[in-house]
Design a protein around this ligand. Structure first.
Ligand SMILES: [Zn+2]
Length: 181
């Protein structure tokens, strides 16, 4: 299956609706360098006009959530990341809201960029509770690191694309073994 450039990336990766914004936010940091790509950072464009302090907060939120997505694959979360997320969370207050149909949801207290970031964090809290967040992972290929949604039943997916990154890494490992022996 080839990459359809007309399709949004979230659709290509079949990201559940509740995590599409989170997926797009985390991948504003595009570290893919395979095939001669240049790393790119779309965060400023994604956020729109904002104060430097809010931009810093967005960078910190993205960095900690990306580290957590990496931990979703490796099972190892740096305690410093957990502490930083708590700090970022304190700057992004949330409140319980009636869904209007007897359900409750989480929403931002603030407006503007801080509100956008808080709503994004609320999405991660909800996804963390329903188990879908555990499937958001960082691709294991060091020249990719794209955040993807792991559809594998046993939740053991390592690559954003088995045909792309998976094959490239396996071929590289094979070549390395062949050159050692
Ligand atoms: Zn990848």
């Amino acid at each position: 299956m080839g990459w359809d450039r007309e399709k949004p990336a979230a659709e290509h990766h079949r990201v559940p609706a509740g995590l599409v914004t989170v997926f797009e936010f985390l991948n504003t940091c595009d570290l893919r360098t395979f095939g001669g790509r240049e790393p790119d950072d779309e965060l400023a464009r994604w956020l729109g006009v904002c104060e430097p302090a809010q931009y810093e907060l967005a960078v910190a939120l993205r960095r900690t959530l990306r580290a957590m997505a990496r931990a979703n694959r490796t099972g190892e979360l740096d305690p410093d990341v957990a502490a930083e997320l708590d700090q970022v969370g304190a700057a992004l207050p949330l409140r319980a809201r009636s869904g209007g149909d007897g359900t409750l949801g989480l929403g931002a207290v603030d407006d503007g960029v801080a509100g956008t970031l808080a709503n994004l964090l609320a999405g991660v809290v909800v996804a963390s509770a329903d188990g879908s967040w555990a499937r958001m992972k960082e691709c294991a290929a060091p020249d990719c690191r794209w955040i993807f949604y792991d559809h594998a039943k046993p939740r053991n997916g390592r690559w954003c694309s088995t045909a792309g990154c998976g094959n490239r890494m396996k071929t590289r490992a094979y070549r390395n073994r062949a050159s050692i022996s």
